[in-house]
Design a protein around this ligand. Structure first.
Ligand code: PEP
Ligand code: MN
Length: 263
């Protein structure tokens, strides 16, 4: 494989509107290959799937781990895609690093400062972008400070990912979190880092994903992270909020129309 210039990859996020898509979790070889194929057919380049899953309940499916990450890498290579995947713990960095192109840090780990520093150190050499998800109880300034733990170690390529926050609305709201769409606007004034919006965890239901995704793009998000599954009803994690490739296609078309008509 050609050597990838990760500074160029990061620049793509700054200059364009990037859609990252894939299933919440890798489940088996057939599932991951099928979804990778669908993502690639839509002309997308970034394939996100989780092998190590940060689950609220310790008895829920925790992901396939390293074996799963190998399946994600193979599916991505077969379809000419780059891999976005979460590293959950410092102890996993060594064995996972070479298989991942963009390192995700999950919402629950946004304030795991030792992990942030270690990911910052690991990525300082090749400048692999780090996708940092907002803690669901974190302020924007706390998120920016968390990003600095990474940039201070020598990697400036951090992507800030908004994914919904917990507010009083969750007492009786149908949405899993409160979509932090206004934060797209505010972050644009507060930082120069690319802003990614995750409509899947924010809304928590497939029926909200398309509109949230389009709205985020309309508001100026540099990119999206969209959970996509060929058979959401069978997904082991986050099936309720996963859209099928045909809905993803509507989002891609909208993105393309923005690029064509306005940029
Ligand atoms: C995920 O991206 O699948 C995930 C678990 O997200 P978050 O860390 O935002 O909850
Ligand atoms: Mn998920």
């Amino acid at each position: 494989m050609n050597k990838i210039n990760y500074n160029d990859i990061f620049k793509e996020f700054l200059d364009s509107r990037v859609i990252i898509a894939g299933p919440c979790s890798v489940e088996n070889e057939k599932q991951i290959n099928q979804i990778a194929e669908s993502i690639s057919e839509l002309g997308l380049k970034f394939f996100r799937a989780g092998a190590f899953k940060p689950r609220t309940s310790s008895s829920s499916f925790q992901g396939l781990g390293l074996v799963g990450l190998e399946l994600i890498r193979k599916a991505a290579d077969r379809n000419n895609l780059l891999v976005v995947s979460e590293i959950l713990d410092t102890s996993h960095i060594g064995e996972c690093y070479d298989m991942i192109d963009i390192v995700q840090i999950g919402s629950r780990n946004m304030a795991a400062y030792s992990l942030l520093k270690n990911i910052g150190k690991a990525t300082a050499k090749d400048k692999k972008p780090v996708l940092l998800k907002r803690g669901f109880n974190a302020t924007l300034n706390e998120m920016i400070s968390a990003a600095e733990y990474i940039t201070n170690e020598g990697n400036p390529n951090v992507l800030l990912c908004l994914r919904g926050i917990r507010t009083f609305e969750q007492i009786d709201s149908d949405m899993r979190f409160t979509p932090d769409l206004g934060s797209i606007l505010e972050l644009k004034y507060k930082t120069n880092l690319p802003i990614i919006f995750d409509p899947s965890h924010a809304g928590g239901d497939a029926k909200y994903v398309e509109m949230l995704a389009k709205t985020a793009l309309f508001l100026g998000a540099n990119g999206l992270l969209v959970e996509t599954h060929n058979e959401p009803e069978k997904a082991l994690t986050d099936g309720k909020q996963s859209i099928k490739p045909d809905i993803l296609k509507n989002i891609v078309n909208y993105r393309n129309s923005i690029l064509r008509d306005y940029e």
